[in-house]
Design a protein around this ligand. Structure first.
Ligand code: GLU
Length: 281
């Protein structure tokens, strides 16, 4: 069965870009007779707010979107993510890292346009897990992980308009572009966005990940993690982004394009579909 999801972070109101993503995923699920799930990616405990969680549900309902089953809130599943990570410990694929807090915080967060994915230079790679101190982050030793897997099997399908086709993950490119990513920071109950999302896609039996093109660069690391955890790789569909008049991707802080604002001004769900270039229902 076709299963997809909409996975917003409740750190601000939904804007036109989210509406596009949610409607697309919802309509594809309904057309396929499948499931449309809702997942709140609220692992950023400082920025996630219950009022945004509630507003997101209100906006989706107003748009005429219905989701199947209960909402999965990632903040309630941190222990599960950490348990999964622990399974990598005996494989010697993780090492503790004490590089600065702000570096690590940035590495754990969801991507922002214009902010390059910074590849870690490997300063702490020599460290063993036995030397782990409270507050250390855990990094994936990517070279060791790729050695443990067969890169020949590492690929994913994209059915979206921008990256349609099969994407093979190349060892040298992965090392140059992804590097030793931070997966968690113990003690503070923080796990990386892309780890929690990859684990939950499997947990929720998602067959099709429909999301913005800005997340395309994260897909290889998610595919590598799926293989390390023995999880299936869903089909990906990275869609175009809705941009503002200056051509910039809309961000949470673009309250001017918040769905709730259009709603308050008397727009209809059909107006929103039109604004983002989706056909009428
Ligand atoms: N939570 C992410 C965001 O709001 C989306 C994650 C995903 O769809 O994989 O940007």
């Amino acid at each position: 069965m076709f299963v997809t999801r909409f996975a917003p972070s409740p750190t601000g109101p939904l804007h036109l870009g989210h509406a596009y993503s949610a409607i697309l995923a919802h309509d594809m699920a309904r057309a396929a007779g499948g499931l449309f799930l809702l997942r709140m990616e609220d692992t950023d405990l400082e920025r996630s707010k219950p009022e945004y969680d509630a507003l997101i549900q209100e906006d989706l309902a107003w748009l005429g979107l219905t989701w199947d089953g209960p909402i999965l809130r990632q903040s309630e599943h941190i222990a599960r993510y950490n348990d999964c990570l622990e399974t990598l410990v005996p494989k010697s694929l993780l090492y503790p890292c004490s590089c600065t807090r702000s570096d690590i915080r940035a590495a754990l967060a969801a991507p922002q346009e214009g902010v390059a994915f910074s590849v870690y230079p490997g300063t702490c790679r020599h460290r063993t897990l036995a030397s782990r101190q409270p507050g250390d982050a855990l990094r994936l030793n990517l070279a060791a992980a790729l050695d443990a897997l067969s890169t020949a099997n590492l690929s994913f399908q994209d059915t979206g308009p921008v990256h349609k086709g099969t994407h093979q993950i190349d060892r040298d490119q992965a090392l140059a572009r992804i590097g030793d990513v931070v997966l968690s920071r113990k003690g503070e109950d923080i796990v990386a966005y892309f780890l929690a999302a990859a684990l939950d896609d499997a947990q929720q039996r998602v067959t099709h990940v429909i999301r913005g093109e800005d997340l395309f660069d994260f897909t290889p690391v998610q595919v590598i993690l799926q293989h390390l955890f023995g999880l299936p790789t869903p089909v990906y569909h990275h869609h175009r982004l809705i941009r503002d008049d200056q051509g910039k991707r809309l961000a949470k802080r673009d309250d001017a394009r918040a769905i709730s604002k259009y709603r308050g001004e008397g727009a209809t769900p059909a107006d929103i579909r039109r604004m983002v270039g989706l056909p009428e229902r």
